[in-house]
Ligand binder design. Structure first.
Ligand code: PMP
Length: 453
């Protein structure tokens, strides 16, 4: 629906009159960006301005915009068979589940839902019921990390470690505990990254012990904390957490909602370390957000406890739209594109080029750290490089606005527990061209150059 008889101003007025926007304070002075067209990494607004979408929407449009093959896949499937619930089955769901297991290189049972939040809610419910069925009904608590985002529904929000998003909606689901994640840039002086990461992992074990290990159901974590400021752990951290979980009978849930589907330069983010998660959640890049779909992949032997002879052992969870046939067909085609165009490898290559292009920003007076894993990057801004005092909202906001004025959309995240949003984030489509990459690097360098004082 790119054409409209209405003037841009009329559209803006109707938008402002009727739409309650996500996550933003709507006021009369704020003109929403009304996206009218998008192709590749570029998006055009109602005023005809084009922007390179350096955030792939909300970290999700991995194969880029405007793929006709994906539209065709949805169209064909909707014509052929538009819906059946997942109490039954259909061809795209069957094929997709098989494909996901190939990619995971293991045997998981695939449970379909609609969003990342849904997928995590399913993971929590599976974990609690699993322990109950194993005679360990006290295991109801979850450990996650401060700064992580796991979703907006009351359970997933309880797992989220960003108090600013939570405190007005309390009480949330009970039983969620938090520990600090590794933040390598801010580790204590004199400590190696490896030592520091091991120590952070051991804090999870301390938490388990302090809380009585018989009460802990699972640890949930993203391979890289993305929405909390792109915090990239050393591989020993993730491996140590897995070892601790195993030793204490605690399940390990890996949230691959952003890190999955090539984003970090591996098929899934957890594949940077040598672990086998018990439960894996996926969304966003699964369909590149062409249609809503999410997955909770559950290790086979956990699933099997739901199929014993006891009454009521089955998983009493249903959602109407989960596993929608068109969404599954789009996911299959999306994965096909990723493989054909080698986009996971492309993410690794582009990520390296982006780092090579922007690492020198660490010489800028207000940049403390430039870090990436694959094609997701954080640029941490500080007021003072020695004290690492986070940059003010004003300073960060100016860089974002200047980038936008130069045709580049970037994001910001941070330590929202403490109220800072001082980390610029970049998560462009994995299909970005070399020219796109040059554009990103040149705009960011130019904008920082203009903001040296
Ligand atoms: N997990 C992570 C890591 C996320 O980044 C998000 C969304 N940004 C979610 C879960 C929740 O996904 P959704 O918005 O689709 O519910």
């Amino acid at each position: 629906m790119k054409t409209s008889n209405e003037t841009p101003q009329a559209l803006v007025e109707k938008d402002q009159k009727n739409i309650w926007h996500h996550m933003s304070k709507d006021d009369a002075n704020r003109e929403p960006m009304i996206a009218t067209e998008a192709k590749g990494s570029w998006i055009t607004d109602h005023n005809g301005n084009s922007y390179l979408d350096g955030m792939s929407g909300l970290w999700c449009v991995n194969v880029g915009y405007g793929r006709e093959e994906l539209a065709q896949a949805a169209y064909d499937q909707l014509k052929e068979m538009s819906y059946t619930s997942m109490s039954q089955s259909h061809l795209p769901a069957i094929k997709l589940a098989e494909k996901l297991n190939d990619m995971l290189n293991d045997e998981y049972m695939i449970f379909y839902s609609n969003s990342g939040s849904d997928a995590n809610e399913v993971a929590f419910k599976v974990a609690r019921q699993y322990h109950q069925q194993n005679g360990e009904s006290l295991r109801y608590k979850f450990i996650s990390r401060y700064r992580a985002y796991h979703g907006g529904s009351l359970g997933a929000l309880a797992a989220t470690g960003q108090s600013i998003r939570k405190y007005k909606y309390e009480p949330l689901t009970s039983g969620f505990l938090h520990v600090a994640p590794p933040d390598n840039y801010r580790r204590p002086e004199g400590q190696s990254i490896e030592e520091y990461n091991l120590q952070r992992a051991e804090e999870i074990e301390e938490k388990i012990i302090w809380e009585q290990k018989e009460t802990i159901a699972a640890v949930i974590m993203e391979p890289v904390i993305t929405g909390g400021g792109v915090l990239i752990p050393h591989p020993v951290y993730v491996e140590k957490v897995e070892e601790i979980c195993k030793r204490h009978g605690v399940l390990l849930i890996i949230d691959e909602v952003i890190c999955g589907f090539g984003r970090t330069g591996r098929t899934f983010g957890h594949m940077h370390s040598d672990i086998k998660p018990d439960i894996i959640t996926m969304a966003k890049g699964l369909t590149s957000a062409y249609l809503p779909l999410s997955v909770t992949a559950v290790r086979k032997d956990i699933y099997e406890t739901f199929n014993n002879t006891e009454e009521n052992s089955h998983f009493r969870h249903v959602n109407t739209f989960g596993g929608n046939p068109a969404a599954c067909a789009v996911a299959l085609k999306n994965i096909d594109i990723m493989e054909r165009e080698n986009l996971t490898n492309r993410a690794a290559v582009l990520g390296e080029k982006l780092r090579d292009g922007l690492k020198e920003l660490e010489n800028h007076p207000y940049v403390g750290d430039v870090r990436n894993q694959g094609f997701v990057m954080g640029i941490e801004m500080v007021e003072d490089k020695t004290t690492k005092e986070p940059a003010t909202d004003q300073r960060v906001g100016k860089i974002i606005a200047d980038c936008k004025n130069n045709g580049l959309i970037i994001g910001k995240n941070g330590d929202t527990v403490a109220g800072y949003n001082n980390i610029l984030t970049l998560c462009p489509p994995l299909s970005s061209t070399d020219d796109d990459l040059d554009f990103i690097v040149s705009v960011i360098k130019k904008v920082f150059k203009e903001n040296e004082s």
